[in-house]
Write a protein that binds this ligand. Structure first.
Ligand SMILES: Cc1cc2nc3c(=O)[nH]c(=O)nc-3n(C[C@H](O)[C@H](O)[C@H](O)COP(=O)(O)OP(=O)(O)OC[C@H]3O[C@@H](n4cnc5c(N)ncnc54)[C@H](O)[C@@H]3O)c2cc1C
Length: 353
């Protein structure tokens, strides 16, 4: 038994396993996929999210042919569709079948491989024929470990889905017990977990040391960036165009094609785009702050931090466009996307009215 004044729960999450999947070494989750034993000829990625597509990129680069099955109507849900479209075009060669609005509904372990059966999500939709795979990667999401640690015995409330609810100081309903990371909610990302952990540590230290400033720490980030470490990378932060539309938020967009970026051309990788969205509501009077942005292209993940900073600082298109970005760099594309939204970019022809 260990006694403590304060405690931080950081027990994470685990991959969701589909109940009909056979217990077979040819059926793996992301941890199993990282322990590469041999290069399969045909692989099914179950779930077209970031983790599945990252793993698929590795295997396909080694020679594996990929199929992906996804229940929703597009891969990499959550990312801006303009970015995903380019990613998909660049990656089409890796896939034999991209099965959207389709779900896996059954599987059998055969001597020759894992046979998977599919069904259309929409009533009356056509389902693909069953297929046999050398490897099936289950990447259909992760579930929090809240129900696995008997937290309720310490008085900590756990939701039905296994999440532990916290306030902005990462405090659970038990005042001396904090929780951070995947176990407290989406997005399940390492950089979110670390920021939450800093908050919890500061609050605890502040309370123990009687330091009011530390004790008042809170997690109040406006946006958390996402990166798919695929080839090309896809990175985004804040609002996407679809989310803006769904929420009835009027946005002005700046979309800079990397075909006009000297650095991207020199790299031989000019397929990318950088896209920024600014508040275009009447109240913004043409000087709306940045609401979101992203890019698809090499090193996208290295650049998205600037867009996150712009959101945190409430920058508008002039702030970003008039910030001098070094030439020739991929980072210039952020300044140019802002100039396009502002209407002052001299590196691309003006948008047709
Ligand atoms: C394949 C994959 C790729 C990823 N790539 C990225 C990425 O590129 N960037 C990114 O930001 N995030 C990525 N993530 C997500 C990231 O790993 C998690 O968001 C992050 O690790 C969450 O931190 P955590 O502390 O909540 O949990 P974890 O890092 O999972 O740590 C939880 C720890 O608690 C231990 N544990 C669980 N139960 C108990 C118990 N009862 N007693 C003792 N110990 C216990 C676990 O074994 C584990 O070591 C990826 C995740 C996966 C699966």
């Amino acid at each position: 038994m260990i006694a403590f004044k304060s405690c931080v729960i950081a027990a994470g999450s685990q991959a969701v396993r589909l109940p009909f999947m056979p217990d077979d070494p040819r059926v793996v989750d992301s941890t199993g996929a990282l322990a590469l034993k041999e290069v399969p000829k045909r692989m099914l990625i179950l779930g077209g999210g970031i983790i599945g597509l990252e793993m698929g990129t590795v295997y396909s680069t080694l020679g594996t042919r990929l199929d992906v099955v996804e229940m929703l109507d597009g891969l990499m849900q959550g990312a801006d569709r303009d970015l995903v479209r380019i990613w998909q075009k660049m990656n089409a060669r890796r896939f034999d079948n991209i099965m959207l609005k389709t779900k896996a509904v059954g599987a059998r372990a055969l001597a020759e491989g894992i046979e998977v059966t599919f069904a259309a999500v929409e009533e009356g939709g056509a389902a693909p024929e069953p297929q046999v795979y050398d490897l099936v990667l289950q990447a259909v999401g992760r579930s929090p470990n809240g129900k696995k640690i008997a937290a309720e015995r310490a008085g900590v409330a756990v939701t039905d889905r296994g999440f532990i609810s916290v306030d902005i100081q990462m405090r659970t309903n038990a005042p001396h017990i904090f929780a951070i990371g995947d176990i407290v909610g989406q997005p399940m990302l390492a950089h979110k977990a670390v920021h939450e952990a800093h908050v919890a540590a500061e609050v605890i230290a502040g309370e123990l040391l009687g330091n009011k400033e530390l004790a008042s720490a809170a997690f109040n980030a406006r946006a958390i960036p996402n990166v798919a470490y695929t080839d090309p990378e896809v990175a985004w932060v804040g609002l996407t165009e679809d989310q803006a539309k769904a929420q009835g938020i009027k946005v002005k967009k700046g979309l800079f094609p990397w075909a006009a970026s000297g650095r991207a051309i020199a790299n031989g990788r000019d397929e990318g785009v950088t896209k920024l969205l600014f508040d275009d509501s009447d109240e913004a009077h043409g000087h709306g702050r940045i609401l979101g942005g992203g890019m698809v292209g090499t090193h996208a993940g290295d650049m998205i931090g600037e867009v996150a900073l712009a959101i945190e600082m409430g920058a508008d298109a002039i702030d970003i466009g008039k910030t001098i970005h070094p030439h020739p760099t991929l980072g210039e594309s952020i300044g140019m996307a802002a100039e396009i939204a502002h209407g002052s970019c001299t590196d691309v022809p003006p948008a047709r009215k």
